[in-house]
Write a protein that binds this ligand. Structure first.
Ligand code: SF4
Ligand code: SF4
Length: 163
């Protein structure tokens, strides 16, 4: 059976239960922009270089927050220690391109994240804004979705997404 790519156009339910699984998955990466990492450094009252050395690793050319011995994110302490300045990747989970372009992957993630398919209904325009916030940095936007963005007159400028 063909799975329609636009499975989320009627919106998706999601409400975080704060179970912590997504911050604790071994081998996970948390990418971010320079501005995002500078904001965390400032929040921790650290020089940027010191922050990078202490809290980040290189993931094939992308800076990632380090994990604790290949376990939880280094900032996970029964909750996020830098919650107010957490990177876009964290703010936008689970509305990531890799999950929004595959209904199968969305449902696979729902087996791990108890917040998926429950709680608030997020409308398509908000989902697109989350998608846009990740796309410029980490993912190539597929053509079908570019056309959809165009129809909604939503730009790919993260700054304008309001996130
Ligand atoms: S796995 Fe889902 S429900 Fe649990 S903390 Fe992460 S987003 Fe929230
Ligand atoms: S920065 Fe915070 S929200 Fe993001 S993975 Fe680490 S602990 Fe979780």
């Amino acid at each position: 059976m063909r799975i329609p790519k636009e499975f989320w156009l009627e919106g998706l339910n999601f409400e975080c239960t704060r179970c912590g699984w997504c911050c604790s998955e071994p081998g996970g990466f948390v990418h971010g922009s320079e501005d995002e990492f500078r904001a965390i450094a400032e929040y921790l009252s650290l020089e940027f270089d010191t922050f990078l050395k202490k809290y980040t690793i290189d993931d094939a050319g992308y800076v990632s927050l380090a994990s604790d011995k290949n376990g939880p994110c280094i900032f996970y302490e029964q909750g996020c220690a830098v919650y107010s300045v957490r990177p876009t990747q964290c703010r936008t989970f689970p509305f990531w391109p890799g999950l929004l372009t595959s209904e199968k992957e969305w449902h696979k993630m729902a087996e791990k994240c108890p917040g998926i398919s429950s709680g608030r209904l997020w409308p398509a325009d908000e989902i697109v804004a989350f998608y846009n916030a990740n796309s410029p940095s980490y993912y190539k936007t597929p053509d079908w979705l570019r056309r959809y963005f165009h129809r909604l007159s939503i730009t790919h400028q993260t700054e304008e997404s309001g996130i």
